[in-house]
Design a protein around this ligand. Structure first.
Ligand SMILES: Cc1ncc(COP(=O)(O)O)c(C=O)c1O
Length: 394
């Protein structure tokens, strides 16, 4: 029999984490229990003291959640995973677990809007300040690392402009200056990109996106080594409790099983759509890693297996024109979520990045004419036809 390490990615995504109970169930069970029964007071004491492994209380130990954690950890190539109630709470407990007052975060300026607000408005109240640099500018990262910088944070590709950075180069830089590198791997997922293998210390996810894949549940995760994730970050989860529900964990477990197939299919549709958009009148620019015009296109095929499923494009005529294109669709869903079999589209300047100041939005490069499409798995001709109606009016 082959060892666990020799199994393929999708085999691991389907088979890891399910420890069959004496009932012999084939599908993963959902453990809807808040606590667990001990066989004796001695056993309870040993579990609470950490001398014996086993379930205690579902804020921090639940077999369905653990199954999801084991599966995602293997897929990301990490030792340990902690599942959370949302992607944002994954970032929150990561920062609470690893940083203290006086520490600084150095972040890409092209990150999800709520992450910027978490850093600027909330973490700053506790003495953790954040500085920002352009994602792809390695010199800027190097210059901005100061004596108190502890953590480098980025998304690659970024939301919504799909900019990319060389993860390996940034990991080397981070380590040479005593910092940790954290990658939000939401857009690629481990099916397309494995940041830990490239030197990143931690990967985080909004499981809400492609890990689910059908827009049903909100959840998050952090993956990394036993010390950082299994002890420091898990400690915050155990104490503060932004835990993933067992039902959501079960949905994500099912999502992981088809992740690779879906990511490749999303990528195929997105590649065709990006090429098509480039030819449309009224479209000024298309942002998609799979296009040879993308500034970091060289990273596709190596760091990142395909261009991924997200395409952003700018139309002539600013907000009014962008809203007209969005409002002319009949099939696509106007919603800010992404990573769904259904194609979704949104106007980042007034939705995902709407709570940023004008200055923050400008420095993140998010203009009023920008539209983000998370390309779903519908027939590509239908997606194009739905967009063509609005584009024809520009
Ligand atoms: C790149 C990225 N990271 C993090 C998040 C936050 O995840 P959640 O909505 O699950 O809290 C999002 C949500 O849209 C996202 O797009």
């Amino acid at each position: 029999m082959r060892t666990r390490d020799e199994l393929g990615f999708t085999t691991l995504a389907i088979r890891t984490g399910h420890h069959r109970t004496p009932e012999g169930e084939h599908g993963e069970p959902i453990f809807t229990t808040s606590s667990y029964v001990f066989t004796s007071a001695r056993e309870a004491a040993a579990r609470f003291a950490g001398d014996e492994s086993g379930n205690i209380y579902s804020r921090f130990t639940n077999p369905t959640v653990t199954a999801f954690e084991e599966r995602l950890a293997v897929m990301e190539g990490g030792e340990c995973c902690v599942a959370t109630a949302s992607g944002m709470s994954a970032i929150l407990i990561l920062c609470m677990g690893l940083l203290k007052a006086g520490d600084r975060i150095l972040s890409s300026r092209s990150i999800f809007g709520s992450t910027t607000i978490l850093f600027n408005k909330y973490l700053s109240r506790f003495g953790i300040e954040t500085s920002y640099v352009p994602l792809a500018d390695l010199d800027a990262w190097e210059e901005a690392i100061g004596p108190d910088t502890r953590l480098l944070f980025l998304e690659t590709p970024s939301n919504p402009l799909t900019e990319m950075v060389d993860i390996r180069a940034l990991a080397d830089l981070a380590h040479s200056r005593g910092c940790l590198l954290v990658v939000d791997n939401c857009f690629c997922t481990p099916a397309l990109q494995r940041p830990l293998a490239l030197g990143a210390d931690l990967v985080m996810h909004s499981a809400t996106k492609y890990l689910d894949g059908q827009g049903r549940c909100v959840g998050g995760a952090v993956v990394g080594d036993r010390k950082l994730v299994g002890e420091e970050i898990f400690g915050v989860l155990r104490t503060a409790g932004p835990a993933m529900s067992p039902f959501n964990a079960w949905v994500f477990l099912k999502g992981l099983e088809t992740l690779e197939l879906r990511m490749l299919a999303h990528s195929c549709n997105a590649q065709v759509l990006a090429g098509w958009l480039r030819e449309q009148p009224g479209v000024i620019e298309v942002h998609y890693p799979g296009l040879d015009s993308h500034p970091q296109h060289r990273l596709v095929g190596d760091q990142q297996r395909t261009g991924g499923g997200i395409v952003a494009f700018e139309v002539r005529g600013g907000r009014e024109a962008a809203w007209r294109v969005i409002d002319s669709t009949r099939l696509l869903s106007i919603t800010a979520n992404l990573g769904d079999t259904k194609t979704t589209l949104t106007h980042p300047a007034t939705t995902t990045h709407g709570r940023l100041t004008d200055e923050e939005r400008k420095s993140a490069g998010i203009g009023e004419g920008l539209i983000r499409i998370a390309v779903g798995l519908e027939d590509i001709e239908d997606i194009e036809a739905d967009l063509a109606r609005g584009l024809a009016t520009l």
